[in-house]
Write a protein that binds this ligand. Structure first.
Ligand code: M6R
Length: 612
C-alpha cells in the first residue's frame, strides 16, 4: 500500500527520499515520486509510473534535484490508473503546495465539485489532488500553512496520512494523520516522517507514532505535534531495537525464502521468552481471571493469512476451552451488526497492525464493550495501540508481501493463549498442559530439520508448476492449513487455487476435478487420516494428480495410494499445522520461482492494506 517518507535536514533530500522509498517498496506500489523545495523556494516534483528505478534514473539517483527538504511516495492505485499523472506528489495549481497521501478521501467528489465551482482545475483522477487544491484554496485565503492544514482536515472525510510541503516555507513540512499509519523519526539536525520504520531506520531509531487527528510541524531542528484542538502536545518516544540487517535479504534470493527460513528462530523468540519452568507467562496481559472466567464467546477477527491463523485457532481454542469461537473476516464483521458484548473476548490478529478493515472491526467490537486482545507483529502500530491488551509476535520485520514467519508466530502465540486460558478455566488438564509445552519447546527444532533439505519440495514444484488449477483438500486442521497453503500459492504464482474441506467436495466442487487437475491432499490431522485417504481415492478416481502431505508416521500408509508424498514430523495435534504449512509455503515459493514471478512483490498486492 502507499508509502510515505519525508526528510528535512542539512543533506540533500532526494537521495535520502529515494533510499527510504526503496525500503518501502515491499509494501506494494505501481508508481513513485518525490517533491523537493529548492533554495530559491521552488517546488520540484518528479514522478514516474513503474518501478522506483525508473524515477531514480530520471533524477540521476537524486543528484539532479537540489534541496534539503522533501517528501516522497510510492503509490498503490485506488482512484485512477497507475500513471505518471496520478502518481504522487500532487502539486497545487499555483505550484506552491505539494502533497503525498496514503488512504482514501471519501468525500472527494463533493470537494472536487466545490473546488471546480471556485475555478480550480484538476489534472489527475485521484482523491489526493482534491486535498492539494483544497490546501491551495485555504492557503490563498489565510497565508498560513499550519492553519490551512487544520482547515483542510476538518473538511475531508476518510483516511489519510499526509506529507505536505509549501514553497513559501522552505524550512518545514507538515504531517497529518487519521486512520493511516505515519510516524516521526527524530534525528540529529534532521527529522523524518515515514509510513513505517524500515524507511528511516538507517538514519534514526528514535520514533514517535502519530495518532489520529494529530498534525506535526517538522523542521531540521525540531518537531512539534498538535492535537486535533490545535494544542501543542508532547509525544512519547520509542526506541527501535531491531537490527537493520533483519530488513535485508542476507544472501537469500528473496525475502520470502529468508523469512521461511527464519521461522524456527521467530517461534523461539515469540514463544520461549514467555515460558519459564514449563509454564506460560503473559506478564503484560491486563485481562484478569474474573473476565476470562466470565467470557461466553470468543471472536477472532482478521484478514487474509491472519484470518487463516484464526481458522486454525477456532479448532484449537474450542477444543482447549470448550467455549464457542467465531472467526470473522474483518471486512465482513464491521458491517454485520455483530453480537458482541461485555462478555465477549475479541482476539484481533494482524502482522502489520495497520490493516484498515481489521482496525475498523476492532473499533466496532470495542464500542460494543468487548475486551480487545490483539496479536500484532509491528510494535507501536495502530491496532496495538488501540487494543486493551497486546501480545507481540517477535517475528522481526516481514518484508515479503506473502506472509510466512508472521503467520507461524501468530499461530504459536494463539495456541499459547488458548493453553493459558485453558489452564485458568481448568479445561486443560495438567498432563495435557505439560505435553503441549513439551511439544512447543520441540517445535522450532523440528521445523529446522524440515528446512535443512527442501529438495523433495523443489522436485514436486518442478513437476507441477505448469498446472493452471489446484485444489487443497483436507479436514479439520488440515482444511484450516489448506486455506493458507492455497493463498500462498495463488498470491505469488498466480495459479488459480482453492482450499476445500474434503467432505464438502461431493456437494458440488468435485465436478471440477478432471484428468490432470492437481489436488494437494492434506493428511496430517491424525484423528481423520482414514477419511483423508477416502477423499484421496475419490479424486484419483476422477483423474486428479495427487500430491499428498502427511506426517512421518502416516507416510507409509499414504504411499500405498499416492506416489508423490511430502512429509512432516509428527507433533501434538494443535501444532501439526505449524509444521504442515512449511512445505506448502516452500511449494508455493518454488512454483512461483519456476514461473518467473516477482515473488516478493506479487502483482496487485500490498503488504499492508490501509484502505478499505
Ligand atoms: O497485516 P495483516 O496481518 O493485518 O494483513 C492481513 C492480510 O492482508 C495479510 O495476511 C495477507 O493476506 C498476506 N500478506 C498474504 O500473504
Amino acid at each position: 500500500m502507499c508509502g510515505i517518507v519525508g526528510f528535512v535536514g542539512n543533506e540533500q533530500a532526494a537521495p535520502i527520499l529515494l533510499d527510504g522509498l526503496a525500503r518501502l517498496e515491499y509494501r506494494g506500489y505501481d508508481s513513485a515520486g518525490i517533491a523537493v523545495v529548492s533554495q530559491n523556494r521552488e517546488l520540484q516534483v518528479k514522478k514516474a509510473k513503474g518501478r522506483l528505478q525508473v524515477l531514480s534514473d530520471i533524477i540521476q539517483g537524486g543528484k539532479s534535484v537540489e534541496g534539503t527538504l522533501g517528501i516522497g511516495h510510492t503509490r498503490w492505485a485506488t482512484h485512477g490508473e497507475p500513471n505518471d499523472v496520478n502518481a504522487h506528489p500532487h502539486l497545487s495549481g499555483d505550484g506552491k503546495i505539494a502533497v503525498v497521501h496514503n488512504g482514501i478521501i471519501e468525500n472527494y467528489v463533493e470537494l472536487r465539485d466545490f473546488l471546480v465551482s471556485q475555478g480550480y482545475e484538476f489534472k489527475s483522477e485521484t482523491d489526493t489532488e482534491v486535498v492539494t487544491q483544497l490546501l491551495a484554496y485555504y492557503y490563498a485565503e489565510c497565508g498560513d500553512i499550519f492553519e490551512t492544514v487544520f482547515k483542510v482536515i476538518r473538511r475531508v472525510e476518510g483516511a489519510y496520512a499526509l506529507g505536505i510541503i509549501c514553497a513559501d516555507c522552505p524550512d518545514r513540512f507538515i504531517a497529518a494523520r487519521k486512520d493511516a499509519p505515519l510516524l516521526i523519526g527524530h534525528g540529529e539536525g534532521c527529522n523524518f516522517i515515514a509510513s513505517d520504520v524500515t524507511a528511516i531506520i538507517k538514519h534514526t531509531r528514535d520514533i514517535s507514532y502519530m495518532d489520529d487527528g494529530e498534525v506535526a510541524v517538522i523542521t531540521a531542528d525540531g518537531v512539534q505535534v498538535y492535537n486535533s484542538m490545535e494544542q501543542p502536545i508532547e509525544k512519547e518516544h520509542s526506541y527501535i531495537d531491531w537490527d537493520v540487517s533483519a530488513a535485508e535479504k542476507g544472501g537469500y534470493a528473496h525475502f520470502m525464502l529468508k523469512e521461511i527460513m527464519e521461522q524456527p528462530e521467530a517461534i523461539r523468540k515469540t514463544a520461549f521468552s514467555r515460558i519459564r519452568d514449563n509454564r506460560i507467562f503473559f506478564e503484560d496481559l491486563k485481562i484478569d481471571e474474573a473476565y476470562i472466567k466470565n467470557i461466553d464467546k470468543i471472536f477472532i477477527i482478521a484478514c487474509g493469512s491472519s484470518y487463516h491463523v484464526g481458522v486454525v485457532g477456532k479448532y484449537n481454542l474450542e477444543r482447549m476451552l470448550r467455549k464457542p469461537v467465531e472467526v470473522c473476516l474483518a471486512s465482513e464483521f464491521r458491517y454485520s451488526n455483530p453480537l458482541v458484548d461485555e462478555k465477549s473476548l475479541v482476539i484481533v490478529i494482524s502482522q502489520s497492525g495497520e490493516t484498515l478493515d481489521t482496525m475498523a472491526a476492532l473499533r466496532e467490537a470495542k464500542s460494543l464493550g468487548a475486551h480487545i486482545l490483539s496479536i500484532v507483529n509491528v510494535v507501536g502500530s495502530s491496532i496495538a495501540r488501540e487494543s486493551d491488551d497486546v501480545l507481540y509476535t517477535w517475528a522481526g520485520p516481514e518484508i515479503a508481501v506473502a506472509t510466512t514467519k508472521a503467520y507461524s508466530t501468530q499461530l504459536v502465540l494463539l495456541n499459547m493463549l488458548g493453553l493459558y486460558f485453558g489452564d485458568i478455566l481448568g479445561t486443560v488438564s495438567a498432563k495435557e498442559y505439560s505435553e503441549i509445552i513439551d511439544e512447543l519447546l520441540r517445535l522450532p527444532a523440528k521445523m529446522e530439520q524440515m528446512l535443512e533439505n527442501t529438495d523433495d519440495i523443489k522436485y514436486y514444484a518442478s513437476a507441477y508448476f505448469n498446472h493452471s488449477s489446484v485444489f487443497f483438500i483436507g479436514r479439520n486442521l488440515d482444511y484450516a492449513m489448506g486455506l493458507e497453503g492455497s493463498l500462498k500459492l495463488k498470491e505469488i504464482s498466480y495459479i488459480h487455487s482453492e482450499a476445500y474441506a474434503s467432505g464438502e467436495l461431493k456437494h458440488g466442487t468435485i465436478s471440477l476435478i478432471e484428468d490432470g487437475t492437481l489436488v494437494i491432499a492434506l493428511g496430517t490431522y491424525a484423528p481423520l487420516f482414514d477419511k483423508a485417504m477416502s477423499n484421496v481415492v475419490e479424486v484419483q478416481a476422477r483423474g486428479a494428480d495427487v500430491l499428498a502431505l502427511t506426517t512421518d508416521s502416516h507416510a507409509a500408509e499414504m504411499r500405498k495410494t499416492v506416489e508423490n508424498v511430502m512429509t512432516v514430523p509428527q507433533s501434538h495435534t494443535i501444532f501439526q499445522p505449524s509444521l504442515g504449512v512449511v512445505p506448502l509455503q516452500l511449494f508455493a515459493y518454488y512454483v512461483a520461482l519456476m514461473r518467473g514471478c516477482d515473488i516478493d512483490k506479487p502483482r496487485n498486492l500490498a503488504k499492508s492494506v490501509t484502505v478499505e
